[in-house]
Design a protein around this ligand. Structure first.
Ligand SMILES: [Zn+2]
Length: 491
């Protein structure tokens, strides 16, 4: 054993001990030597050599050289990365590899020793099963592409409906009226009453599982929310409403990523309808339109929602109720589109599949130009000429914990007249997606810096997360159940 602990001199970095072991065994059997005979000839022990042949220990170079000499084969041949020309050895290697991987380890299944007593048929079958398991696991992590495709489908579908779903509007309207809502911001008290009508109590806790926003205990009728860190903070109304909406829409656990996204969209739409109910919103907006004083900031303030929610909500009602086609863009300060919607023909950047999320926006558009402004307390207004016509846009910048963003609401030139800020003299010309517009660096700068720079890119987080296996997408079930258990009332 002393020899084993001395400086490890591995034959070659990157050599797979499994393959090496099988090649040694193959050469030994071909030379008609037993393990004992070989051990005696190279001055080792059968147990050491067995570990080597099973790929559990890498032989030092001196031992390997001795083995090669005794077996009459070059060291290089033993070190070949190819499995030995023997179906059984090939299968044994495949099985061992699969059983040593993280996928198998995650299953908690006892591994099989691919020894001589394991029938070939069983070996073939096990290897095939592992290959299929691996294929399925890989298919599951390929979901982002599928998710982007479905996301695009959903966006185009909503675009065709003017981003408006009257059935959900009506359902939400009835619900808020049932607790006495008549206009303005929906209060926390009303939200609590709404929960009660559904048979739920809202409870704030500070130990929600990290992977969740809210957890609902269906048996005991409780909705657990994070603590109200800012008393009166409006985000909590929205969380509570989304939890309730799950119940109202009787959502089953999603069976596919498409189901999952559709449910999320429904929940978000319903929540928006409750926070900014249609009848109150339309009355407010019609009045502003008549006064030619439409402004997202006023709409936001009147209903106590974020600028993002207000502008997005405006897109639901603008076309159907005010006759205004619109676009909405949420952009990150790095210039990438984070979320977008349009039914006014504005040429949103898109990839070959039609997906818009994560695509770079034209530098000249208000959604990006607004970042350059120093005073950001009010909205930023701009007319932009594009290949699809001229648009008027109002942009509000803001910052979240980790990045800056901008929220833009835009309309075709002909509809600018209804909005506050239409008198702006800011005007920009954009020819995107033509790369000459703003994607190519100025020639003199490119000449100066192309060979003299090495920028390090940030990882982009826009790609939709894959649907993890399990009952609840994106959620640690164990944590959820433990949490529920700890909080359940004694029954
Ligand atoms: Zn451009």
């Amino acid at each position: 054993m002393a020899g084993e602990t001395s400086t490890t001199q591995t034959p070659r970095p990157g050599t797979d001990p499994l393959v090496l072991g099988k090649r040694i065994r193959h050469a030994r059997v071909a030379a008609r030597l037993t393990l004992q005979q070989l051990a005696a000839a190279v001055g080792s022990t059968t147990s050491q050599l067995s570990l080597v042949e099973n790929g559990r220990r890498e032989p030092r170079l001196s031992l390997l050289t001795a083995i090669a000499e005794v077996l009459g084969t070059p060291v290089a041949s033993l070190l070949s990365p190819e499995p030995p020309p023997d179906r059984r050895a090939e299968l044994e290697i495949a099985l061992e590899r699969a059983q040593r991987g993280p996928l198998f380890a995650s299953l908690g299944v006892t591994p099989v020793r691919p020894g001589r007593r394991l029938p070939m048929e069983a070996l073939e079958s096990l290897v095939a099963l592992h290959a299929e398991l691996d294929r399925r696991a890989r298919a599951a992590i390929a979901t982002p592409e599928e998710a982007r495709r479905i996301n695009t489908e959903l966006r185009l579908d909503m675009q065709a409906r003017g981003n408006y779903v009257p059935e959900i509007e009506a359902k939400a309207e009835e619900f808020v009226r049932s607790v006495g809502y008549t206009g303005g911001a929906l209060t926390h008290h009303m939200v609590a009453q709404m929960a009660e009508r559904l048979g739920f109590t809202i409870i704030h806790v500070d130990d929600l599982p990290h992977s969740t926003r809210t957890v609902t205990d269906l048996e005991n009728g409780r909705i657990y929310l994070p603590p109200a860190s800012i008393p009166g903070g409006y985000g909590l109304r929205s969380l509570a409403l989304q939890a309730m909406a799950h119940r109202i829409f009787e959502h089953e656990n999603p069976k596919s990523y498409g189901d999952f996204l559709r449910q999320r969209q429904e929940l978000a739409y319903f929540t928006a309808c409750c926070l900014v109910p249609r009848f109150a919103a339309v009355a407010f907006l019609e009045k502003q339109k008549a006064a030619k004083d439409l402004a997202m900031e006023d709409f936001r303030d009147a209903f106590g929602v974020t600028h993002h929610s207000a502008a997005q909500r405006f897109t639901n009602l603008a076309t159907s109720h005010l006759g205004i086609p619109v676009h909405f863009i949420r952009a990150n300060s790095d210039g990438a589109l984070y979320r977008g919607y349009e039914n006014d023909g504005v040429p949103l950047p898109a990839d070959a599949s039609g997906a818009i999320e994560g695509q770079p926006l034209c530098r000249k558009w208000a959604a990006r130009a607004a970042f350059a402004r120093r005073n950001r307390t009010t909205e930023f207004f701009q007319y932009t000429d594009t290949p699809a016509g001229t648009y008027w846009c109002s942009t509000q910048t803001g910052s979240s914990t980790d990045s800056e963003f901008s929220i833009t609401l835009g309309v075709p030139f002909a509809h600018a007249k209804w909005f506050r800020g239409r008198e702006t003299t800011r005007r920009a010309q954009s020819s995107c997606p033509d790369e000459a517009c703003c994607r190519r660096p100025r020639t003199e700068l490119a000449t100066r810096w192309r060979e003299q720079s090495w920028p390090s890119a940030k990882m982009h987080a826009y790609v939709l997360r894959p649907l993890p296996s399990g009952t609840f997408p994106g959620v640690d079930e164990t944590e959820v159940y433990e949490f529920l258990q700890a909080h359940a009332p004694d029954s």
